[in-house]
Design a protein around this ligand. Structure first.
Ligand code: FES
Ligand code: FES
Length: 229
């Protein structure tokens, strides 16, 4: 009975507060309930926060996705003419490109191998003006006037250099990864003032590492060619 009295005799202030919490009637617009207003607000928030995700997933219209950038030329590239195996090549390369990377990636000469890339293994040995160098330690732009020779310029399968043929005959390799560097060093040794013994050859080629341990056969192959010269 007491409850009925309370429900049927709300004060004007209570009734007004309850009414305003349930609905709002703008002066010149339709009646908008509080629940409806909050629902629309929530929907707008969801659209605002998920639009970038939907755009990246391709679910929105194409205009909302950024256009792909057109490839641009490397602004730091410099012109370079390189003479390799008797052939001149006109290039534009990043001045930080090593001679090794230039040979392998710009000139498509993969016979020169990248081992350590730090001057410690000799796999990248090439000749510059007849002298052996580690091409990983030299910038390509340092050689515009030099004659560079790689293993491809030493010989080809149908016309092997005597040192290449000797490596094959003496089974002077296992995996073969170090072999082009070994042969380039060995060919250079033929023109260097190196003593006649096996120990002299080992000393002369100490910078060429063979992780397969084919050293006895490598020395035998080199000595065979030296003794025939
Ligand atoms: S790759 Fe050049 S010395 Fe090892
Ligand atoms: S043959 Fe494998 S590293 Fe020398």
């Amino acid at each position: 009975m007491a409850n009925e009295t309370i429900e049927s005799h709300d004060t004007p202030e209570t009734a007004s507060a309850e009414t305003s919490s349930k609905a709002t009637t703008p002066p010149n617009g339709p009646r908008v309930s509080r629940r409806s207003f909050l629902s629309h607000l929530g929907a707008a928030g969801i659209v605002a926060t998920t639009a970038p995700v939907l755009a990246s997933a391709g679910t929105l219209t194409p205009q909302t996705a950024p256009a792909p950038e057109a490839p641009t030329a490397d602004p730091s590239a410099v012109p370079l003419i390189l003479t390799v195996n008797g052939q001149k090549h006109s290039l534009r390369i990043d001045p930080r490109t090593s001679l090794l990377d230039c040979l392998r990636e710009n000139l498509d000469l993969p016979g020169t191998k990248k081992g350590c890339d730090h001057g410690q293994c000799g796999a990248c040995t090439v000749h510059v003006n007849g002298r052996r160098v580690n091409s990983c330690l030299s910038f390509a732009v340092m050689h515009p006037n030099d004659e560079i020779t790689t293993i491809e310029g030493i010989g080809q399968p149908d016309h092997l250099h005597p040192m290449q043929a000797s490596f094959v005959a003496h089974d002077a390799y296992q995996c073969g990864y170090c072999t082009s560097g070994q042969i380039m060093s060995a060919v250079a040794v033929l023109k260097e003032p190196v003593g006649p013994t096996d120990a002299d050859v080992k000393q002369a080629m100490y910078g060429n590492i063979c992780r397969c341990g084919a050293y006895p056969n490598i020395v035998a192959a080199v000595q065979h060619v030296r003794n025939q010269a």
